[in-house]
Design a protein around this ligand. Structure first.
Ligand SMILES: NC(=O)c1ccc[n+]([C@@H]2O[C@H](COP(=O)([O-])OP(=O)(O)OC[C@H]3O[C@@H](n4cnc5c(N)ncnc54)[C@H](OP(=O)(O)O)[C@@H]3O)[C@@H](O)[C@H]2O)c1
Length: 400
């Protein structure tokens, strides 16, 4: 089996007593949880930079609480408001997509990549290219740039720590030194809010219903991805790039309680799992303190109280996103880039009520079928493919 070139060198890693950190996407769901953990441990952290897209008020508040050196808004429109909100502080204020990349380039030891979507790719790469330790929540950038991203990580001796709860779980029980002793990895999935819906029922669901996840409190896009189960498809591709396994070695298992966050099945019959309450502060803390651990306010797991853990196979008929993502992964090259871009377009149109819930995966499938997606060699290919797939998906939406 080919070893994944991802460099995770436990011996090189150490947590210094004061660590400088940057949070890309600090105003989002993952970002706010990260801010809370850092604020509770300010004696251990200095904050280099915080970034957001438009949320001036929250970003300014976070900058004051964490005494951030730099804050950046991707959308320049709010620049003056942010500057006014931080008047009298030492925080440097900037705006624009390039300024977000520059913020990631500031010399923070640890960077949380929690921008949503492919918009997070360039900033995450800036952190990778200076060899930082990156807590990766932004799965879309790994799906979109795949091998190209992983090669950059290896070339620049960066360290990538998964923040997605499933991948954090696998990371914690995966024996990298004996990867050939691993039979398969099992990604657990809650099944989302429509786990028991018929296709007919799904036809009519609204964005409000789709963003109301039964177990996790998350941003709108990932909540919709969880509802279509495209999230698990993206995670399948993410797992392929993070761990030295083949596509066939990655299984998906629906586990509605979200207590077992994923498992690794070894050749001797042992199955190792990581468990916890569904609280993102646990995997975020794991990546923040790694290779040590830190306390979090996450609720403790009480198995006696939960009493029953259940499991079921995913239904590919009602959730075609799973097979679509696996097909894109196995096709390789530019197909996952196109899948991700089309999904971002379709989800945003669903959230704006322009298209229906089932149209999301339909549009992703039709986008994949609309072109021959060749080899993905470099970052230019990623950008061009992303643009092309978005155009195709937009065109499909306009014809609905
Ligand atoms: N939420 C979870 O529990 C969870 C779990 C696992 C993985 N993830 C992954 O983590 C990432 C973030 O998820 P989330 O739920 O935290 O998302 P979210 O709540 O929507 O937050 C997204 C963050 O990215 C910023 N942002 C949005 N568009 C941007 C752009 N074009 N340029 C720069 N910044 C931009 C937002 O700023 P504004 O606030 O100003 O809009 C916000 O800070 C996603 O990739 C998701 O799949 C999330």
């Amino acid at each position: 089996m080919d070893m994944n070139p991802l460099k995770i060198d436990l011996e090189d890693a150490s947590v210094t007593s004061q660590r400088s950190v940057t949070i890309l996407g600090s105003t989002g769901s993952v970002g706010c949880n990260t801010v809370d953990l850092i604020e509770a441990n300010l004696e251990h952290f200095t904050v280099e930079a915080l970034t957001a897209n438009r949320n001036v008020e929250r970003l300014a508040d976070q900058a004051r609480r964490l005494k951030a050196k730099t804050v950046v808004l991707a959308d320049p429109e709010g620049y003056q408001d942010l500057k006014d909100a931080l008047a009298g502080t030492d925080t440097y204020v900037a705006a624009g997509a390039d300024a977000v990349v520059e913020a990631a380039d500031q010399p923070a030891d640890w960077v949380m990549a929690s921008i949503v979507g492919a918009a997070g790719l360039k900033p995450a790469l800036a952190a990778v290219r200076r060899g930082a330790t990156i807590g990766l929540a932004n799965k879309e950038c790994l799906v979109s740039a795949g091998d190209v991203f992983v090669r950059e990580v290896a070339d620049h001796n960066a360290t990538l720590l998964p923040v997605d709860s499933e991948h954090s779980a696998i990371f914690q029980v995966f024996d990298f030194d004996n990867a050939d002793h691993i039979r398969r990895i099992i990604l657990t999935a809650s099944g989302g809010p429509f786990r028991q819906f018929t296709t007919e029922q799904m036809e009519a669901v609204t964005p409000e219903q789709a963003v109301a996840h039964p177990n996790w409190d998350m941003g709108a896009k990932i909540s919709v991805d969880s509802a279509t189960m495209m999230n698990k498809g993206l995670e399948l591709i993410e797992a392929f790039h993070l761990f030295p396994v083949t596509s066939e070695q990655i299984e998906i298992l629906v586990h509605p309680q979200s207590v077992i966050h994923s498992m690794v099945d070894y050749v001797d019959g042992s199955v190792l799992a990581q468990l916890g309450t569904p609280d993102m502060r646990t995997p975020i803390a794991y990546s923040l303190a790694w290779p040590k651990r830190m306390r979090t306010p996450a609720a403790r797991l009480d198995l006696e109280d939960i009493a029953t853990l259940t499991f079921e196979a995913p239904d590919p008929e009602r959730f075609p996103a799973l097979n679509l993502a696996r097909h894109a992964l196995e096709t390789g090259g530019k197909a996952p880039t196109a899948l991700n871009a089309a999904n971002e377009v379709a989800v945003s149109h669903f959230l704006n009520k322009r298209i229906g819930f089932l149209d999301i995966v339909r549009i992703v499938g039709e986008t994949l079928n609309a072109a021959t997606w060749g080899r993905l060699e470099n970052l230019d290919d990623v950008g061009q493919t992303d643009t092309e797939a978005r155009k195709i998906a937009e065109d499909l939406v306009s014809r609905l």
